[in-house]
Design a protein around this ligand. Structure first.
Ligand code: HEC
Length: 315
């Protein structure tokens, strides 16, 4: 048997197994020419942050493991939070990025998001060119078609309100035809596992894979404040001295008074608008990346501040 036909045989076998386990719907493995092959995905041209033109199917997804989301750069709160969360996954996968794993953030606002604007946006998040994570733009009709094909288009509100765009994203492996919709706010280790292991080795021992998944999902019992910090703040801040996308928060509860902190966590956008001197100085220092309004409740803010305070005392 030649390598080529062995591969073909394997693909057919995988397909049959998938058909059997899924009761006939081939969502797990699609051989070439099946629903999620090159005929399904539009090969539209997009331009990346370096001004290079790439084709969606041929250059971006073919034979790759990918994560794809849709953004626009002047999006108030959700996009920065989304990008910062994905960046944690990207950091966990650093040695694979740009080799077999690729991230794509595609703008849904081509008029505003020129390649230059996208490049600045990427730089604000410290994502360099050639890192395996591209920021792309293209004609609205094409990106809308892509969103529909990828199941990331939400009707109705969509048309008039950019802010309501769908924040889920897709991870997938084009060659196995396996595509999964996830939230960027899922535990980064789980997402990294999904991209780096599960999707990359579709044929690996399933038992080991499941054990890995359980391991990645295991989160020790933690306080409400810590839980909130890990899920909402960790992507941009450490509690040590080191900067992430935002300032290291070591000693912050001593540096700022409690009322300022509480107000900041509740409405950072408002405080920047009001030109609060501390907020303005920080904003300029952190590459004009603003802290998103995370719509926290007073109880959540209280829990977070208590957690940060206790952290300072015990470390
Ligand atoms: C998308 C990234 C991002 C997320 C998520 C985020 N922040 Fe920030 N944060 C920033 C940036 C950037 C700054 C500094 C620039 C500014 O003023 O907006 C900042 C500033 C701060 C400051 C002021 C630091 C100082 O020295 O006074 C505090 C406190 C803070 N953030 C706490 C939090 C907490 C708590 C959370 C989670 C509930 C959080 N941040 C989530 C990006 C983020």
């Amino acid at each position: 048997m030649t390598t080529h036909s062995a591969l073909g045989y394997l693909k057919r076998l995988v397909f049959i197994v998938a058909m059997l386990t899924l009761g006939g719907s081939p969502v797990w493995a699609a051989p070439k020419g099946a629903p999620w092959g090159e005929k399904y995905f539009p090969n539209v041209e997009l331009v990346n942050q370096d001004g290079k033109t790439v084709r969606f199917y041929d250059d971006m997804i073919k034979d790759k493991v990918v994560a794809i989301n849709f953004i626009y750069t002047h999006c108030g709160d959700t996009c920065p939070t989304e990008t910062a969360s994905l960046r944690q996954v990207y950091k966990l996968l650093a040695d694979r990025m740009g080799k077999d794993i690729f991230f794509y953030s595609i703008s849904i606002d081509p008029e505003h998001d020129t390649p230059k604007v996208l490049k600045e946006y990427a730089e604000r998040f410290k994502i360099g060119s050639g890192s395996g994570w591209s920021f792309l733009t293209g004609p609205k009709a094409d990106t809308t078609l892509l969103r529909k094909k990828l199941g990331l288009f939400r009707d109705g509100i969509e048309a008039n309100k950019l802010g309501e765009h769908n924040t889920s994203f897709l991870v997938g492996n084009e060659s196995t035809g396996q595509w999964i919709k996830r939230s960027p706010f899922d535990e980064p280790k789980v997402l990294a596992w999904l991209l780096g292991r599960s999707l990359s080795h579709a044929k690996a021992d399933q038992k080991a894979e499941l054990a890995g998944y359980a391991q990645a999902q295991k989160i020790p019992r933690i306080s409400k404040g810590e839980d909130l910090f890990r899920s909402r703040c960790d992507s941009c801040h450490s509690l040590g001295a080191a900067d992430g996308l935002g300032p290291g928060l070591q000693g912050v509860t001593q540096r700022r008074d409690r009322a300022w902190l509480a107000r900041w966590l509740k409405m950072p956008d408002r405080m920047l608008e009001e030109k609060d001197p501390v907020a303005t100085e920080l904003f300029n220092r952190y590459r004009k990346l603003s802290m998103p309004n995370l719509r926290l409740t007073d109880a959540e803010i209280e829990a977070l501040i208590n957690y940060m305070e206790a952290y300072v005392q015990t470390n």
